[in-house]
Design a protein around this ligand. Structure first.
Ligand code: ADP
Ligand code: MG
Length: 268
């Protein structure tokens, strides 16, 4: 009889929050010339993981995130979220947060967070309750009636995160969400995000240019090469959680950051 370990198990149904990117390519076609943005990308993300994407400017990080969000279709290969293709935006599966908070200035914080639900015709009372929960989660309880111009950069980005979470999707995609913030606010927001992630168990895919931010936040860092973007390294960050400021000056941290930097320097 075969030992048990050699028997291939039946494929378990993927749990909510899994992402499988298989042999994905993206070519932007134009009358002048075709641009191969991404080539042969394969990524398997387990539910609840915090994965960070880094790579030189223009290597296709945003394009990859757009495909995971159903905002753009890949030219080849497949992208599955929760085990099913994502061929259009699906806020029940995937929430998205961009670099600029991109809030509507004429709406209050609460109304901005409610907006995706408004689009779907969710009744007002339910919308309001969900928006209030989401604002509470990001630490903005009591700020719902403020307009964006009354909020600091960090607070606006919190509103934007709340909007990404309002439908409680298992996956949150974040494209350089803290890039426009000053360094102190950025550190605080990183800790806040880790707290929210810990409290909700969501899968997070996070794009950043900051190598320190990458290592500080991630379970795993995926490093991409210059165009055509490919994954050139995958680093497991085994630093314990909660992550602390002291870790930034430790050897483990430094070694990981250097390894990423060597790849990026090569591509520059
Ligand atoms: N809509 C588009 N049409 C043509 N080229 C595009 C389009 N979007 C992105 N690109 C090109 O694809 C490459 C990857 O872009 P992007 O995903 O924005 O990179 P990153 O986010 O890593 O900086 C770049 O060379 C960019 O110019
Ligand atoms: Mg980008």
């Amino acid at each position: 009889m075969q030992p048990l370990a050699n028997i291939t198990p039946l494929k378990a149904p993927p749990r909510a929050g899994s992402i499988q990117v298989s042999n994905v390519g993206q070519v932007f076609r134009s009358s002048k010339q075709d641009v191969v943005a991404l080539e042969n990308i394969s990524i398997d993300i387990k539910p609840g993981r915090f994965v960070v994407l880094v790579g030189p400017s223009g290597c296709g990080k945003s394009t990859l995130l757009m495909m995971m969000a159903g905002l753009r279709q890949q030219t080849s290969g497949s992208v599955l979220v929760n085990g099913a293709p994502i061929d259009k935006p699906d806020p029940d599966r995937v929430g998205v947060v961009f670099q600029e908070a991109s809030l509507f200035p004429w709406l209050t914080a609460e109304e901005n967070v409610e907006f995706p639900l408004t689009l779907r015709g969710t009744p007002k009372a339910e919308r309001r309750a969900k928006a209030q929960d989401a604002l509470k989660l990001v630490g903005l309880d009591g700020f719902g009636k403020q307009h964006p111009h009354e909020l600091s950069g960090g607070m606006k980005q919190r509103v934007s995160i709340a909007r990404g979470l309002v439908q409680d999707p298992p996956v949150l995609l974040m494209d350089e969400p803290f890039a426009a913030l000053d360094e102190q606010t950025r550190m605080t927001m990183g800790d806040e995000l880790l707290r929210i992630w810990g409290a909700t168990g969501k899968t997070v895919v996070f794009v950043t240019h900051s190598l320190t931010e990458a290592v500080y936040l991630a379970d795993e860092v995926l490093v991409m090469s210059a165009r055509p973007g490919q994954i050139v390294d995958r680093l497991q960050v085994t630093l314990p959680r909660p992550r602390t400021y002291d870790m930034l000056s430790g050897d483990v941290f430094g070694t990981l950051r250097d390894r990423i930097w060597r790849h990026i320097r090569k591509s520059a």
